[in-house]
Design a protein around this ligand. Structure first.
Ligand SMILES: [Zn+2]
Length: 491
């Protein structure tokens, strides 16, 4: 075994310290993505104790490894912790490819990794989906819709790492389609090659959200210099008819999931031409686009010191007095924006005026922040796996306890998409009951909000959230109209 390892090391390292890899040295030369098997072999070769650590963090349903790679040459001096993760959606490949080039670059040129940076990478979170060229896992789960329940081994692994490492900076990487049906019908495609946005959940302190948006804006000249069309990531259809807005403000995705854990958190999405004869013809350009953003976010020593101070302040930040429960994206004042699209036939960039760019997060409903949540004993078994996967601290009552309790009744679960406010499906419409002095029975799970992960606990448990647990499988049984919800607010 030892002899074999030595032989691999010998063949992997050329005379100039070059490391052989299943991808081109020049990122722009990428024309094909790296497979799971190629990646696993490469990580095996590149590992170097005390500098590049490669660990198996979890196994998928089909038995593939979810790798965690750590790059650290400063030891305890590496105080700025960064977590890059990618390919939650198996068929969105370029972020992983870019991260592998980063690992190779640092392996060959250790001096390019700043000594104060402790860099963790999970380049392929969904290897089963990757191998099958599909978005979901082998069990059909969309991982980037599983950050609330954490029901999958892949998302559990990511959150376990995030709670262990507590990154100051976290970046998720995806791909979107540039040439979807609605764009193609107009002879257009989406303008940007590469996009980025920051976490936007209402419980993330404003100064952290502002720092995120500033970093998104500051990347524009860097991408322009590289010749890449870049803008803030948004979702929606072609202008002017269709709404264009930032991504969801909920926490069931990685960006807000890591954001509510206290990281300055981002998503990068590059645009793929799925209708092209070779959708990967521009893979190299896109890989370079991710690399520019990764380097930009690792930033300068001054930036790292500032973000470390901001995120550590955010983690100590007391909870706000009120929790926003009902929000939607609007255009305050009805401003007209000019949205860029690319005309396919001519390659020209058009600017289309539209009043449907919705960038203001409107808070329509809030509730006072409670002291704790009480989960009824008969629901405990269903909630326990979620609390455990989220690392939320709770206490099981061994004897009845008196408390001021506010019960919440579900009026209805609105299942269809809402075309009026353009809101996602499965909205929970609830009614708070008057607070009463009550005796919480034995077996109640009590979740106090004076804990480290209070923001996660609110997201999982607050019964008044417009988008909460009761639309998810296993929780729908409680979503009968008029039903009392199993979680009460303790005041
Ligand atoms: Zn995706």
């Amino acid at each position: 075994m030892k002899a074999l390892a030595a032989l691999i090391l010998f063949t992997a390292l050329g005379s100039a310290g070059e490391i052989s890899a299943p991808f081109p040295r020049e990122p722009r030369a990428f024309r094909a993505t790296v497979s799971y098997g190629e990646m696993a072999a490469f990580l095996d070769r590149v590992a170097k104790p005390g500098f590049i650590t490669v660990a198996e963090e979890a196994r998928t349903a089909e038995g593939r490894k979810i790798f965690l790679v750590r790059l650290n040459r400063g030891g305890a001096k590496a105080r700025f912790r960064v977590l890059f993760y990618a390919q939650q959606h198996g068929d969105e490949v370029a972020g992983k490819d870019a991260q592998l080039t980063l690992i190779r670059e640092v392996a060959e040129h250790p001096e390019r990794l700043p000594e104060d940076v402790d860099l963790y990478l999970m380049p392929m979170l969904n290897p089963d989906g990757a191998e099958a060229h599909r978005r979901v896992t082998a069990t059909g789960a969309d991982l980037n819709r599983d950050h609330l329940l954490l029901a999958q081994p892949e998302t559990q692994a990511l959150h376990r790492v995030a709670r262990r490492v507590r990154p100051h900076l976290a970046v998720d990487s995806h791909e979107f389609g540039r040439d979807g049906e609605a764009y193609a019908q107009r002879g257009w495609e989406a303008w940007p090659l590469i996009t980025m946005d920051a976490a936007n959940h209402p419980l993330i302190p404003g100064y952290l959200k502002a720092a995120g948006l500033a970093a998104v804006a500051a990347a524009a000249p860097l991408q322009a210099k590289a010749g890449h069309a870049y803008q803030r990531y948004s979702v929606g259809g072609p202008p002017p008819e269709e709404e264009i807005r930032p991504s969801t403000s909920e926490v069931d995705d990685g960006r807000n999931g890591m954001g509510t854990l206290g990281a300055l958190s981002f998503i990068i999405e590059s645009g793929v031409r799925h209708r092209a004869s070779n959708p990967q013809a521009d893979l190299g350009e896109r890989v370079e686009g991710y690399r520019i953003l990764y380097r930009h976010l690792i930033g300068t020593p001054a930036w790292r010191a500032r973000i470390r101070a901001l995120t550590e302040r955010a983690r100590r930040e007391p909870l706000p007095a009120f929790i926003a429960t009902n929000t939607f994206w609007g255009n305050v004042g009805g401003r007209v924006h000019r949205v860029k699209v690319r005309e396919v036939a001519t390659g020209r960039t058009l600017e289309v005026p539209t009043p449907n760019v919705m960038r203001d997060l409107v808070v329509k409903g809030s509730v006072p922040t409670p002291r704790a949540y009480a989960i009824a004993p008969e629901a405990a078994a269903r909630f326990l796996p979620v609390l455990t996967a989220q690392g939320i601290v709770y206490r099981t009552l061994a004897s009845p306890e008196r408390a001021q309790v506010e019960a919440v009744r579900l009026l209805r679960l609105e299942e269809p998409y809402d075309p009026l406010y353009q809101r996602y499906k499965d909205r929970q419409i609830v009614e708070r009951q008057p607070a009463v002095e009550a005796l919480l029975p034995v077996g109640t799970l009590l979740v106090n909000l004076d804990q480290d992960l209070a923001r996660r606990a609110i997201q999982v448990l607050e019964p008044c959230l417009l988008y909460g647990l009761y639309a998810y499988p296993g929780f729908r049984a409680w979503a009968a109209p008029g039903a009392g919800l199993p979680v009460s607010r303790v005041l």
